[in-house]
Design a protein around this ligand. Structure first.
Ligand SMILES: [Zn+2]
Ligand SMILES: [Zn+2]
Length: 296
């Protein structure tokens, strides 16, 4: 039946979340970043949908246990506490792989192998559990070669998919724990909740540096100069540079040759938006790599 548009009520467009609005603006102002922005929008929209379905988990925080974990430098989220609904996780895993494939961030044969893995409940569940245990360091005395063994036996590219697919579930854990746990004694370079590395930072208006977990997006305060990857704190062995407008900066470590990007919120018009700022700084990644530093 033909539509009669003149008779349809005019509905105002639904308000988009700020990060999506900012990503669209970024794409308009920097067309070179268009493909990266589009992939990020697809991922952000998927994460928002999933996260709205994931319940805020009830995580028991035994103060003794928390103290013991923290003094041992071990994070707090145990695998069994992640509110993973496997049907939902399998869907998220599949959609993540599809998005990465659509934007050429995953090779076709790897995508096929990953999708097949996602369909097979008997393989996916133990893989997710083993990968989390191997990469979180929650259990004392974790085997440092475990991650290698998990990844070796899985399709190439699977870690990228696991990282993004687990995020909405882990982010809820971090959200639940942030309200109950004191992080003031946590001085480590890895995430106090899931143990992953930071992949961004923010300098707050009161000049404190906070690191942002590359897996669950939790934030924690960290020494302003120290390299979180190797704990080098000799400022003559840290190279830093900034964008011309001073909004973003890079701290690169001359000991381990890794770098970390940061958003300088001290004079900025808005707070950190990780999903936007990691993409807006892709030109800084290129600059850092040109100088011989690496992101991972
Ligand atoms: Zn984390
Ligand atoms: Zn370092």
């Amino acid at each position: 039946m033909p539509e009669r548009p003149t008779e349809r009520p005019v509905r105002p467009p639904r308000a988009e979340p700020r990060e999506i609005v900012e990503l669209r603006q970024l794409k308009a102002s920097q067309p070179d970043l268009a493909s990266a922005v589009d992939m990020q929008i697809a991922l952000v929209e998927m994460h928002r949908r999933v996260q709205s379905r994931v319940p805020l988990p009830w995580i028991q925080v035994d103060p003794e246990w928390v103290r013991a974990q923290q003094s041992g430098g071990r994070p707090l989220v145990r695998f069994r506490e992640i509110p993973l609904d496997w049907t939902d996780f399998r869907l998220t895993f599949r959609q993540t792989a599809d998005i990465l494939r659509r934007f050429d961030a995953l090779e076709r044969p790897d995508h096929e192998a990953i999708v097949a893995l996602g369909r097979d409940g008997n393989s996916l569940e133990p893989l997710v559990a083993a990968w989390y245990e191997a990469t979180s360091g929650v259990e004392p005395g974790a085997d440092p070669t475990a991650r290698q063994r998990v990844v070796e036996n899985a399709p190439s590219g699977v870690e990228h998919v696991l990282l993004l697919a687990l995020r909405p579930f882990l982010a809820r854990c971090a959200e639940a724990l942030t309200q109950h746990v004191d992080l003031s004694t946590w001085t480590h370079g890895h995430c106090p909740f899931c143990g992953w590395e930071p992949d961004f930072a923010v300098v707050t208006p009161n000049a404190e540096r906070r690191l942002v977990c590359g897996r669950c997006l939790a934030q924690w305060t960290f020494a302003p100069i120290t390299c979180p990857y190797c704990m080098n704190d000799d400022r003559t062995l840290i190279t830093s540079f900034a964008t011309r407008d001073g909004r973003y900066r890079v701290s690169a470590c001359d000991v381990c040759k890794r770098y970390l990007k940061a958003y300088d919120a001290r004079h900025a018009p808005r707070p950190l938006l990780v999903a936007v700022d990691t993409i807006a700084t892709l030109p800084l990644d290129a600059a850092a790599m040109q100088r011989g530093y690496s992101s991972g």
